[in-house]
Design a protein around this ligand. Structure first.
Ligand code: HEC
Length: 146
């Protein structure tokens, strides 16, 4: 009996937040991605010389290193929202049926972000390309095409 209650309580804990928080989860993960995308744009603009702010390159690289950490991205995508919520999303259900592959993509993203952060003021287009390859590798497999 006690065991049954424990199992039922666990089921509520697991299912509850996932259902209630679909929209919040989708928004959170989109914000996490937008932060990464925004930094990518700023860094490329500086490296191309479109923006005269080389002095901030190390700071941008550090933000990229922080924004790509799995401490943010894993929980951001962990909640399965396939078909749930009303918030617009381009995530495909494959994320949760092939989590190991998706997670490997997040780890690759974190690694490339850390390499850029380590480079600091010496961050280059090579770092951008290495990062960009991780974005594309994942988006091609786990994002709806427009
Ligand atoms: C391991 C997978 C993965 C990696 C790596 C990844 N993304 Fe994403 N990204 C996604 C998914 C999935 C979505 C769709 C999110 C949604 O709409 O629910 C997304 C959405 C986005 C969005 C749109 C957010 C919005 O407001 O709808 C941007 C911008 C973005 N990613 C930028 C990047 C950049 C830049 C990189 C690389 C530096 C990157 N992503 C790496 C999986 C990934």
């Amino acid at each position: 009996m006690l065991r049954m209650i424990a199992v039922a309580a666990l089921a509520v804990c697991v299912a509850g937040p996932a259902l209630a928080d679909a929209d919040a989860s989708i928004k959170y993960r989109k914000n996490a991605m937008k932060a990464i995308g925004a930094e990518m744009g700023s860094i490329v603009a500086i490296l191309k010389g479109e923006i005269d702010n080389k002095g901030a390159l190390a700071t941008h690289a550090a933000i990229m290193g922080a924004a790509t950490k799995t401490a943010i991205t894993k929980p951001a995508f962990m909640t399965k929202t396939d078909g749930e919520g009303s918030e617009k999303t381009t995530s495909t259900g494959a994320i949760w049926t092939d989590w190991a592959k998706f997670e490997a993509g997040l780890v690759a993203l974190e690694k490339a972000g850390a390499a850029m952060a380590d480079a600091g003021a010496n961050a280059s287009m090579d770092h951008v390309k290495a990062l960009g390859a991780t974005c594309k590798g994942c988006h091609d497999n786990f994002r709806e095409k427009k």
